[in-house]
Design a protein around this ligand. Structure first.
Ligand code: MN3
Length: 384
């Protein structure tokens, strides 16, 4: 069974690991037709020469011109900007689009891909957070599959296979607890960017590593779970599990809990999404439960890690509020990474933006985009 795919964000952490998976299956089962990147044209050039896609798109227009020169002897079309991203997302030959761009930039190409009847291997959680209602309605209307790549949602998706007649009683969304688990508010006052960028279990991009240290990542995942699995937010429980072995679990009506386990390696959920429902031994590291020993569980500290609490509030309020949560978080994290604001100012600025926003329920795409834009400017303009 062959899958023709394109990868939005092939130079990022998920994108490069997805290409690892393609390499591991020997290019037989998965063929890459299109790749995109933000501005890393050195890597895009290498990937293009190795995987021979039909189209490469670069978000940065100037860099796309440079890449075009470099690839001119190849039979590869090079495009620039959002237009290029959308072209790669909607190519005729492609069945599945892996959306692994970071941030809200993934929204438009994901929507266009669904409109062109592509299945979505979803790694861009911001899309569902900002516009879950729109994206899920459109997916239903088009009859396409949304295959989660986020490890927790892949786990939940795997736990409900073959149990379609049974309703989910509760989702147990596991969290590593992040870099600063167990710390007090006082201890978090002066944490540095460098400290926040060290994650105990997963190798990830910068933005998601910071989100993981604030627990906003888990908050975004709560919202993602609500949309993907059609549950109420009251049915999602966050469970801190520092070993990251159980990637999440589902509790059914009879009290049975089914969990998915594995080594903490993103190539596992990527592989499941790209080859669904097939499983193949790609010789990645396997989990040894005896060596692993103890698995522990605890409650998340939402008083210290306010971002998680804000995410629950945003999805309860609904409408455009999650879009505001997401956009204000993106800018707050960017400002933290630029060393303009402190770690604890991240939730502070997000909460301010949420308090100022008047929610639009039953939103359309424009409402989402303007709420997003408003929140970005709001947080960007906060003086410190
Ligand atoms: Mn995750």
């Amino acid at each position: 069974m062959e899958n023709n795919i394109s990868i939005l964000g092939s130079t990022g952490s998920i994108g490069t690991q997805a290409l690892d998976v393609v390499r591991a299956v020997n290019n037989e089962d998965i063929k890459v037709w299109g790749i995109t990147g933000n501005n890393n044209i050195d890597l895009l050039e290498k990937q293009a020469l190795e995987f021979k896609p039909k189209i490469v798109a670069v978000m940065d227009e100037e860099k796309s011109i440079e890449l075009k020169k470099r690839l001119k002897s190849e039979n590869i079309k090079v495009m620039g900007g959002m237009e290029g991203l959308i072209e790669v997302a909607t190519m005729n030959e492609v069945q599945t689009v892996l959306t692994s761009v970071v941030g809200n930039i993934g929204l438009q190409p994901t929507i266009e891909a669904i409109k062109s009847n592509k299945d979505i291997a979803l790694a861009n959680k911001e899309t569902l957070v900002s516009a879950g209602q729109l994206v899920m309605n459109l997916a239903k209307e088009k009859g396409i599959k949304i295959l989660p790549v986020d490890s927790e949602h892949s786990a939940i998706f795997q736990c409900i296979q073959g149990k379609q007649d049974n309703e989910i009683y509760k989702i147990l969304l596991t969290a590593s607890g992040g870099r600063f688990r167990g710390k007090t508010v006082d201890e978090l006052k002066n944490v540095t960017v460098e400290e926040a960028l060290q994650h105990p279990n997963w190798v990830m991009g910068k933005k998601i590593t910071i989100d993981s240290s604030t627990l906003m990542n888990k908050g975004l995942e709560v919202i993602e779970a609500v949309w993907l699995f059609g549950v109420d937010v009251s049915q999602v429980q966050v469970v801190v599990h520092p070993q990251s072995i159980i990637h999440s679990a589902v509790e059914f009506d009879d009290g049975s809990i089914i969990a998915q386990m594995g080594a903490p390696d993103m190539r596992l959920p990527i592989q499941y999404a790209l080859m669904y429902p097939m499983r193949k031994n790609l010789n990645f590291k396997r989990l040894d439960l005896i060596k692993q020993g103890t698995l522990t569980f605890e409650e998340p500290d939402m008083k210290t890690f306010k971002c998680l609490d804000l995410a629950f509030r945003a999805i309860k309020e609904g409408g455009t509020m999650p879009a505001v949560l997401n956009a204000s978080n993106e800018i707050a994290v960017e400002r933290f990474l630029n060393k303009e604001i402190s770690f604890l100012q991240i939730p502070e600025f997000i909460e301010k933006a949420m308090n100022e926003h008047s929610v639009i329920h039953n939103y359309n795409l424009n409402d989402v985009l303007s709420a997003d834009k408003w929140a970005r400017e709001f947080v960007y303009n906060q003086s410190v």
